[in-house]
Each structure stands twice: as C-alpha cells, then as structure tokens.
Design a binder for this molecule. Structure first.
Ligand SMILES: Cc1ncc(COP(=O)(O)O)c(C=O)c1O
Length: 286
C-alpha cells in the first residue's frame, strides 16, 4: 500500500488540536492545547506513526530487507511495527527481551506473531548489549525508534502546526526522539518531561545531533520508569474525567502531571499558549 493512500484512508491526519479549559489555567493566564496524536490510529498512534513512517519508505526502497527492532514483551513500538508490517506487506522481526517468553506469553505477542512478525526471544544480558540473533541483512530500527530517520519523521507533526502558533511545546520523553524532532523543525521553546532516569543519554543524543535548547525536566520521573504510584494513577483518572481524554501513567500521565505542576508553579509566563503532545500509548489487543 502507498503511504499517502494509507494516511488518507486509515489515519486521522492532521491530528486534531483540542483546548483544555479549566479554571487553574485561566487563573494562571495560560492556555493549554493538546495535539491529539493519540487519535491518529488505535495501534500506530501517537509518536509511533511519526517515528516509523520514514522507515516504511526505506523498506519500500529495499523490499528484500526486513525491518528489525528491539523491545520488551509489551512494547508499543514493536506492536506498531508488527502492524505496519502486516498492512504494508513488509517483513518485520522483533527481538524481544526475555528468553523464557514465547509467542503465546501475552495477547500482544500473539497478535504480533499473527500479523506476521518473526519473534526472537533473547536473554536479558544479550538484550542489554543489544546482541541481535539476526544474521541476515536488514534495516535495524533502534529501540524506541531513536535515530535520525525517526527524528526526521517528526517533521510532519510540526508541519501540521502551520496555522497554530503556540509559545511552548511540551512532550513526554523516553528516548528523546520526539522532543529532538520537534526542536529540529520548530525553533521555539520545547520542554521534554523525562519518564526514566536517562538524562545523560538524552544529553548525549543532543550532542550527537548538535542540538541544544530543549528544557529537560527530571522532576516527574517518580522514582523509576513505569513505577506505579497512587498519585499518578489518581491523576490519570481525574484527568480523564475532567477532559474525556485517556492518558496512561507511564508517559502521557507523567507529562500532563508535570505540566499541571509547572503551571501551578508559574513556570510559564502569563499569556503563554502551551501545546502538549498526546503521544498515544493506550494499547488494546485487537
Ligand atoms: C506513549 C509514548 N509517549 C512518549 C514516548 C517517548 O517518546 P520518545 O522515545 O520519542 O522520547 C513513548 C515511547 O516511545 C511512548 O510510548
């Protein structure tokens, strides 16, 4: 399938922008909008489509090469890649952390297998070293999609902001690809809310790209990656009740929690128009 045809037939693009109207923001004299990338598609939602799009183009140029990537047993990234492989008839391979697992270990792995992804389960030690068991030529997508190709895919998000001119963009940070991509194409303040203790790695990425100027916030990691706390779970629930927008605790929950807190602490000048990117992450087995 042609990418443009797929985008116009199957995806909600450009993704809508929605204002969050609450008294707390009015009192702080800021306006907050959400770029609803979570609505792009139920599976390749949020930054997944943005980060993987350019890899589809590459795979089409080299149809004999599979797209290969790494992830955990519940990886949104691999799940989206498997779906893309199925839709675009591109061979895909997933290298999965956990030698003890198999294709039936959870419904997501089962679905990925049914979409035609070749699954390879490796030990946690090999995973740490990113030792690939795949010996044939392939197109390797780094874990979480961090690469120049992934970053370039964010250009489309920025180009959708042509008629909307926020003063700040806020996004959740895993590998930093989304934030770095926004900063590359949108030369105004970008705030990245970290979700894991990887600031040094993110700053190394920045250096490699000769990029600077993103504000990285480490105040909302809440201990470690994906750590569940009643605070974040309650926040996600009340956010959904308030705005009828689903968020999850790992990425977008921490990002919105951080944004609310920063606004309460007057981190944004009065009159700011803040755009928060809803990077998706709500996944349902098919
Ligand atoms: C829902 C969601 N939001 C944000 C991120 C972090 O994005 P990035 O790795 O581009 O920093 C991820 C991870 O890929 C994610 O799954």
């Amino acid at each position: 399938m042609d990418i443009h045809l797929f985008e116009s037939k199957t995806l909600q693009l450009p993704s809508p922008i929605q204002e969050l109207n609450i008294s707390q923001f009015k009192e702080a004299n800021v306006r907050v909008f959400v770029k609803r990338d979570d609505l792009i598609h139920p599976i390749i939602s949020g930054n997944k489509w943005r980060k993987l799009r350019e890899y589809i183009r590459l795979a089409k140029e080299f149809p004999q090469l599979p797209l290969v990537s790494f992830g955990g047993a519940y990886s949104n990234h691999l799940y989206a890649l498997a779906y893309i492989g199925h839709e675009f008839k591109i061979p895909t391979m997933g290298i999965i952390r956990g030698k003890e697992l198999n294709k039936s270990s959870n419904p997501f792995l089962e679905q990925m297998f049914n979409w035609g992804m070749e699954l390879h389960f490796i030990s946690r030690e090999d995973y740490k070293e990113k030792i690939s068991p795949i010996k044939r030529d392939s197109i390797l997508i780094p874990e979480g999609g961090y690469s120049e190709i992934g970053i370039n895919g964010i250009q489309n998000l920025v180009s959708e902001l042509e008629n909307f001119n926020p003063s700040h963009i806020v996004t959740a940070v895993g590998t930093g690809t989304t934030a770095l991509g926004i900063h590359k194409y949108w030369k105004k303040p970008v705030i990245g809310i970290l979700t894991l203790n990887n600031l040094a790695e993110i700053q190394q990425h920045e250096e490699e790209l000769n990029s600077s100027g993103i504000t990285w916030k480490t105040d909302y990691i809440m201990g470690k990656y994906a750590k569940e706390t009643p605070i974040i779970n309650d926040f996600c629930q009340s956010f959904e009740e308030q705005h009828q927008i689903k968020i999850e605790p790992i990425y977008t929950g921490r990002m919105f929690y951080g944004l609310y807190d920063m606004i309460a602490k007057k981190a944004f000048p009065e009159g700011s128009t803040i755009l928060a990117i809803h990077t998706g992450g709500i996944k349902l087995p098919n």
